[in-house]
Design a protein around this ligand. Structure first.
Ligand code: NDP
Length: 292
């Protein structure tokens, strides 16, 4: 009782008080952390993903934080299916009556069924990669447009640093998809700001979520070892640790909060602990000098 009272008191002054947000891919990782942060700051949030166990875990995280059930909605849906998208939007409007913020966070690096890498991956893998990382964002943007125009709303897309101008020999298609998403953000931002809707993007670096378990088939322990190893290598991540979902959630919140970022339109914010500042050649030269 006391917990609920304290929480609702905090919500009264939150920056998302009175706002309704759909956060795709919130059954795990960055999306779950974003749903929690938004809800703590007063938003009513729709939490979604395909995996019902993970959705249940997200629900528990919200309840444990003292968020009342009236402030969130759980919708199991495949965001690549038009029926899933329609369901998500309809149920959000039915429960909360409006939509202010869309976070297009669901995304994945699709594993090739024959374990092929780089440009040897099948066209089917390419198509699936584009479907989840780009097509679903286009469809969600089109479908939520009238609702976001009505509230002068905000869209935040979650891209990646793999979209920057560098080749990725292991994975050819996921970086292509995220680069397409960045370019889509720019075009959508120009069109939609005329209706009062802002569109921006966050490009995370390495973040400790379920992402690398799916991408590389890691166990939880292997994923942890990977984050510890790469995080301790300042040639890979200058800040000295792999990111946590909360780091990205805070960046998403900044871009979704009009008071904080009203004049930012169609931009990318890189949140990567400095990874994209380091060129391989610089890391090599530094190591050579250190060892000489
Ligand atoms: P997770 O694997 O932890 O979470 C991915 C989320 O996307 C899950 O909630 C998953 O839900 C959802 N999702 C995937 N496919 C679908 C689908 N077809 N329909 C509905 N939901 C789907 O990874 P992250 O939290 O790391 O990923 C979030 C975003 O961040 C992605 O766009 C990713 O590309 C991006 N990113 C992540 C980085 C990292 O290092 N972690 C780095 C750069 C970018 P479910 O499985 O329940 O369907």
């Amino acid at each position: 009782m006391l917990k609920t009272f304290l929480c609702s008191t905090a919500n009264m002054s939150g920056r998302f008080q009175g706002k309704v947000a759909i956060i795709t891919g919130s059954s795990n990782g960055i999306g779950r952390a974003t749903a929690l942060l938004f809800a703590k700051e007063g938003a009513k949030v729709t939490v979604t993903g395909r995996n019902t166990e993970r959705l249940e875990a997200s629900k528990q995280v919200l309840l444990d934080a003292g968020i009342p059930e009236s402030h969130f909605l759980i919708v199991p849906a495949d965001i690549t299916l038009p029926s899933g998208q329609d369901d998500l939007i309809a149920k959000t409007l039915e429960k909360f009556g409006k939509l202010n913020i869309l976070v297009n966070n669901a995304g994945a690096s699709i594993k090739d069924p024959e374990n092929k890498t780089g440009i040897n991956q099948s066209l089917g893998t390419y198509e699936e990669t584009m479907k989840i990382n780009v097509e679903s964002v286009i469809q969600m943007t089109q479908k939520t447009r009238p609702h976001l125009a009505a509230t002068k709303g905000d869209i935040v897309n979650v891209s990646s640093i793999v979209a920057v101008k560098a080749g990725w020999s292991l994975l050819a298609y996921y970086p292509m998809a995220k680069a397409a998403l960045d370019q889509y953000t720019r075009s959508a931002a120009i069109d939609l700001i005329a209706e009062g809707i802002r569109v921006n993007t966050v490009n995370p670096g390495i973040v400790q979520t379920g992402f690398h378990e799916s991408e590389f088939g890691f166990t939880k322990e292997e994923a942890k070892a990977f984050y510890d190893e790469i995080g301790s290598n300042r040639s890979s991540i200058p800040v000295g640790f792999a990111g946590r979902p909360e780091h990205i959630a805070k960046t998403i919140a900044f871009l979704a909060d009009r008071d904080s970022s009203e004049y930012i339109i169609g931009q990318n914010i890189v949140a990567d602990g400095g990874t994209t500042l380091v060129l391989g050649i610089h890391a090599n030269v530094a190591n050579t000098l250190k060892n000489s």
